[in-house]
Design a protein around this ligand. Structure first.
Ligand code: TRP
Length: 452
């Protein structure tokens, strides 16, 4: 009896929904500012390497686990291994979904508020705007509510359709903004910033940032693609659909870079200004256009929609766990998890107006929101991905997982062999080394063997 479990209408529907999950604030807001603070082109290069060599092979692990078991991350691990400590890896994924949703929803709320801000108070900075908790908390609540309303109806209807119309609109608007930015005098410096790498600025922190960004942007490391893959029929080709999702996501991130940096350099902004980057730069570009505030409003509508298809997937993972494994109704699961995410995100929404929340710091991240992002959006995703690689490669077995990937005219036998090498050795080892570099002891060790 699986009355609560859905199935995508078509493979194209899956690609759209999974791309909708992947494409979000991570591409348009996070990618440019992380690239900006990490030196530009060298970071972009490392990011592309991570996507191709680490994330893409790993994406196939999640899709294979999901479709094979037709379960959420916890249920999938249980189905493949029975009760064992591995179940905790699935549980970490479910928890990570709630935690990322909590602060992601705050930023999505700002993006939503900017639709109106472009008309009402165009001169207000992001700092001033977000420090008004009478505005930012209701916006955050509203965004969580939108997410709840979509997920409560099931993901297949509504969101699939909306994404089909709105994602292409986002693309067209981005292309227009790119053209506008590139035609500003001095824009070429911004292009160079993105394509002329200066590898002397690369440190292990840059590699960690690139890997973390790649996992975050592709919605990997917490089982979102296990859950989305669980709604796929056997006839779907996992290799092609997964590749499309990665391609679309990476393409949109790069476009976001070309949308921001040429304009930023032309206008004399600072590329390493951190999280406020798109909220400050783009409005300046909009202001120089005819009907600028309308264009700005449209842009933030689309950004909100891109964020919504992502928050939907973040909520869907814990919800699918409560529905599959705890036998809660979808309605109850959605409201309980949504409320928990809201409570957990309140400090992030209040941070701009609270000195004490702003001064929290951990391993180089400062402020509640950045610390949450470091723990859940970076470390937890990397740890989760490393463990799920090991699980797929060694516990479930890469040949069994590979058989799942071969269904539906998918992966060839030769490719499965190569893929097996990646997920058993290369991916987990690489992620492990990058994680090690986070800790003082580990980075000394790496330096001692000449890798630091
Ligand atoms: N990938 C989304 C973005 O780039 C965010 C996101 C949605 C996510 N679901 C996820 C990140 C699952 C990690 C895991 O905005």
């Amino acid at each position: 009896m699986q009355h609560n479990r859905g199935q995508w209408q078509s493979t194209a529907g899956f690609i759209l929904a999974a791309a909708g999950s992947a494409i979000g604030l991570g591409n348009i807001w996070r990618f440019p500012y992380v690239a900006g603070t990490n030196g530009g082109a060298a970071f972009v290069f490392l990011y592309l390497v991570c996507v191709l060599l680490i994330c893409l092979p790993y994406l196939f692990c999640e899709l294979a686990m999901g479709r094979h078991t037709k379960k959420n991350p916890v249920g999938a691990v249980l189905a493949l291994r029975g009760k064992s400590p591995w179940t905790l890896v699935g549980a970490l994924g479910v928890l990570t979904g709630v935690c990322i949703l909590s602060y992601y929803g705050v930023i999505a709320g700002w993006a939503f508020g900017y639709i109106f801000k472009s008309f009402l108070a165009p001169a207000l900075s992001l700092g001033e705007f977000s420090a008004n908790s009478m505005v930012s908390v209701p916006l955050f609540a509203l965004f969580i509510l939108f997410t709840i309303l979509v997920v409560v109806r099931g993901v297949e209807k509504g969101i699939e359709k909306a994404a089909r119309v709105l994602m292409p609109m986002l693309l067209v608007l981005m292309l227009l903004l790119i053209v506008r930015g590139l035609t500003l005098p001095g824009a070429w410096k911004g292009v160079e910033f993105l394509i002329k790498p200066d590898f002397s600025v690369v440190t292990t922190a840059t590699v960690l940032a690139a890997l973390g960004q790649a996992f975050f942007s592709l919605s990997l490391g917490m089982g979102a693609m296990i859950t989305y893959g669980s709604y796929l029929p056997k006839s779907a080709n996992l290799q092609t659909s997964g590749t499309y999702v990665a391609l679309f996501d990476t393409g949109i991130a790069l476009l976001a870079g070309f949308m921001i940096f040429p304009a930023l350099f032309a206008l004399g902004g600072n590329p390493s200004s951190g999280p406020p980057l798109i909220f400050e730069v783009l409005p300046t570009v909009f202001a120089q256009m005819t009907l600028g505030s309308v264009v700005a409003a449209v842009f933030f509508v689309l950004l909100s929609i891109a964020a919504l298809t992502s928050t939907v997937s973040l909520l869907e993972v814990p919800v699918s766990y409560f529905v599959d494994d705890r036998k809660w109704s979808r309605k109850k699961s959605v409201w309980v998890v949504g409320a928990a995410a809201f409570a957990l995100g309140l400090p992030a929404a209040l941070e701009p107006s609270s000195e004490s929340l702003r001064s929290i710091s951990l391993m180089g991240a400062t402020g509640y929101l950045s610390v949450m992002d470091l723990i859940w959006g970076n470390i937890s995703l990397a740890v989760g991905a490393m463990l799920l690689c090991i699980f797929t490669g060694w516990v479930w077995g890469y040949l069994k997982a590979g058989a799942e990937l071969q269904e539906g005219g998918g992966m060839s036998e030769g490719t499965v062999k190569i893929w097996g090498v990646f997920i058993r050795f290369i991916c987990p080892l690489f992620i492990f080394l990058v994680l090690l570099s986070l800790f003082p002891f580990g980075s000394r060790l790496l330096a001692a063997i000449g890798l630091g």
